[in-house]
Design a protein around this ligand. Structure first.
Ligand code: GTQ
Ligand code: FE2
Length: 327
């Protein structure tokens, strides 16, 4: 049907006729609910899942033989949520495993998505350069590369270095403020800094702070924030980072939060019970807990979980809620 005139529309004789006339002028009758616009509580469009580091490591070793950093700016494996959605582990956050071989350099670039890394396996000599500062990457370290900071990676050690990347790329895809730029020099010149950078959190410091926090936590798992002195001052605008220590036999309180979480296993092993599923994990594995999914973490032998959430986004927008757990 061609575009109806205002008169034709005004004289529409039935709802059926009206709906037909509305089609070519791209108007939809909200009351007829062709697609629902409001619902009682969050739908679950992403699945809680675990990814295995051992499998990813095998695949990265193969990729190390098959592709170099000339061709692949980053040798990474994206954790794709089984519910689909392409480049997304959760609605707002993507996780990836990355590996760099001895002697390799990964070109510097910058982009609007915020990124951070949790190092899994690396020997002294593996590093990230953030805005010209060389930051060492040792197992358990966390390195931040906020929005629009130059960053590249290098490895002067004799072992492959493996880490977990976490980025807010799916949020940037959703809101569309994507900007990306390769570094004009390809490889940014670096100054070595003594790891006193606000972009670097050493595993030694994390362990020390967790031990102190455990003394004050009344037998509950200790949780410390990385790069936050209060809810409003995160080093990254879109993601909040914490480390959670589960001592032998400990479990977290059951939570159901309107924020998406990605957990990287910094140390140890355990299970996550989420929405009736039990996901077992060990060091290097990654668990995604989509927003509004009730979950508990347990560890028989002790563990440290690195939690990354989009809580700052939800809080800023007034959407952050915590539900009452059912058990
Ligand atoms: O290391 O700069 O996994 O830009 C995805 C995009 C890693 C990185 C990823 C990136 C990087
Ligand atoms: Fe990057």
């Amino acid at each position: 049907m061609s575009s109806p005139t205002p008169q034709q529309l005004a004289q529409s004789g039935s709802l059926e006729e009206l709906y037909k006339q509305l089609e070519p002028i791209r108007l939809g009758a909200g009351w007829a609910k062709p697609t629902p616009s409001l619902w009682a509580e969050p739908k679950k469009s992403f699945e809680p899942t675990v990814w295995r580091y051992a499998q990813a490591k095998g695949a990265l070793d193969a990729a190390g033989r098959l592709i170099n950093t000339e061709l692949a700016e980053r040798r990474n494996l994206i954790m794709q949520n089984p519910a689909g959605g392409g480049y997304a582990t959760s609605r707002t956050i993507v996780a990836a495993y990355q590996m760099i071989m001895p002697g390799e350099k990964a070109r510097s670039h910058r982009h609007t998505p915020n990124a951070l890394r949790l190092i899994i396996d690396a020997d002294p000599g593996a590093y990230t350069i953030v805005n010209g500062e060389q930051l060492s990457m040792m197992p358990g370290d966390v390195v931040l590369t906020p929005n629009w900071c130059w960053h590249g990676h290098g490895n002067d050690s004799r072992a492959c270095a493996y880490w977990l990347d976490i980025l807010d790329v799916p949020l940037v895809h959703l809101l569309e403020p994507m900007f990306f730029e390769p570094h004009p020099d390809e490889f940014e010149k670096e100054r070595v800094v003594a790891n006193a950078s606000p972009m670097h959190f050493s595993w030694a410091e994390t362990q020390k702070r967790l031990a102190e926090a455990a003394g004050r936590s009344n037998g509950l798992p200790a949780e410390i924030a990385l790069g936050e002195s209060g809810p409003a001052t995160s080093a990254l605008d879109t993601m909040a980072l914490t480390m959670i220590q589960l001592k032998t036999g400990q479990a977290t309180a059951s939570r159901k939060v309107m924020a998406n979480s990605v957990f990287g296993v910094a140390d140890g092993s355990g299970t996550t019970e989420v929405e009736g599923k039990t996901l077992p994990w060990s060091r290097g594995d990654v668990i995604v807990v989509p927003a509004w999914s009730e979950h508990v973490h347990r560890s028989a032998d002790g563990a440290v979980l690195f939690r990354v959430t989009d809580e700052p986004v939800m809080r800023k927008l007034g959407f952050l809620r915590e539900g009452q757990p059912t058990h």
